[in-house]
Write a protein that binds this ligand. Structure first.
Ligand SMILES: O=P(O)(O)OC[C@H]1O[C@](O)(COP(=O)(O)O)[C@@H](O)[C@@H]1O
Ligand SMILES: [Mg+2]
Ligand SMILES: [Mg+2]
Length: 334
């Protein structure tokens, strides 16, 4: 099979077909390798650490190498990866810059839970780093592959979100939804609650009010999910709504949260906005911001628009409101 035959390409802009075809070919190969799991090799084995200090797993390294190889000759000049300290020049004649989290959710590799690949595409600018350290609104494509019970590609080219499902019968990614929208009404939130004591007061107050449920100022019950795979959380929210938060907190190194702007937050923000939702770094819209280093972190809050705006409103509440205990809240939060 050629790269292009891995996806029904009609709805993909012509100039991006080789890139998306290569991503799908590697995504297909990875999904098979992941499905074989321990029958192939221990994909979750620890290998070392990347430039951000995260432990690298075998599959992080395998995926990064496979994507870099496959993207060579597809029009990608610059390749920026979570797993590489600096930008790689793949092809001096290429006109695209592609940033990638080759394997997202690596803590889930060994436990057979959904993981994925996140990518963002720009036209190149003069200079390797300059092609990525720029207004995130300038992305021309963004998406992720999810390796779960089904393998899918969710992608936007700036005109809505497309969903492709990999058909295991012939290995081809087939268009299933051509304008996916986030459902508005879902009372589900996703946050790593083990960090509660480290959060700022507005974030604690927002979550306190979700937890207080029907007896609290929101006067309804909420459900909580935390998969620890950004792709899996994004996929759930794109499919059935809700809100995701990875805020900054007071642990050393978490002043800007955990997630990286260039190859995690910016592409997810573009997808979410294209699906009718919102994505911020707390209060400020994420698209329109830019990273100042390749691996820079940013707080990330995204999901159904009204929920994301509500989190921002908590940042404007008076001190006595965000400090109030359950059962002792004023009317502001209702
Ligand atoms: O372990 P924590 O702090 O809950 O963080 C989970 C987050 O970290 C990530 O796993 C980071 O991604 P990587 O696996 O690519 O490093 C996200 O997918 C997820 O949202
Ligand atoms: Mg990641
Ligand atoms: Mg990763």
């Amino acid at each position: 099979m050629t790269d292009k035959s891995y996806i029904d390409a009609e709805s993909i802009p012509t100039a991006l077909r080789p890139v998306i075809g290569a991503l799908c070919r590697v995504g297909s190969e990875l999904s098979l390798q992941i499905a074989r799991g321990p029958l192939a090799e221990r994909l979750g084995a620890e290998m070392g650490s990347n430039s951000d200090g995260d432990t690298q797993k075998a599959l992080d390294v395998i995926a990064d190498k496979a994507f870099a190889e496959a993207l060579t000759g597809t029009g990608v000049r610059y390749y920026a990866s979570e797993e590489r300290e600096t930008v790689e020049e793949l092809d001096p004649a290429g006109s695209l810059a592609l940033a990638i989290d080759p394997l997202d959710g690596s803590s889930n590799i060994d436990v057979n839970v959904s993981i994925g690949t996140i990518f963002s595409v720009f036209e190149t600018k003069d200079g390797a780093e300059e092609s990525f350290l720029r207004d995130t609104n300038e992305q021309i494509a963004a998406g992720y592959l999810i390796y779960g019970p089904q393998t899918m590609l969710m992608v936007t080219f700036g005109d809505g979100v497309l969903q492709f499902v990999r058909d295991p019968l012939d290995g081809v990614f087939k268009l299933n939804v051509d304008r996916l929208m986030i459902p508005a009404n879902a009372d589900e939130f996703a946050i790593n609650a083990s960090n509660y004591r480290h959060w700022s007061k507005p974030i604690r107050a927002y979550i306190d009010d979700c937890l207080a449920g029907i007896e609290g100022p929101r006067e309804k019950n909420f459900n909580m999910r935390w998969v620890a795979s950004l792709v899996a959380e994004t996929h759930r929210i794109l499919t059935r709504g809700g809100i995701f938060l990875y805020p900054s907190d007071d642990r050393p190194g978490y002043e800007h949260g955990r997630l990286r702007m260039v190859y995690e937050c910016a592409p997810i923000a573009m997808l979410v906005e294209q699906a009718g939702g919102q994505a911020t770094s707390g209060c400020d819209r994420l698209l329109g911001q830019q990273a100042d280093t390749l691996h820079a972190r940013t707080p990330l809050i995204f999901g159904s628009g009204d929920k994301v705006s509500r989190v921002c409103a908590y940042h404007d509440l008076p001190e006595q409101e965000v400090s109030a205990l359950f059962g002792n809240r004023g009317l502001f939060r209702a």
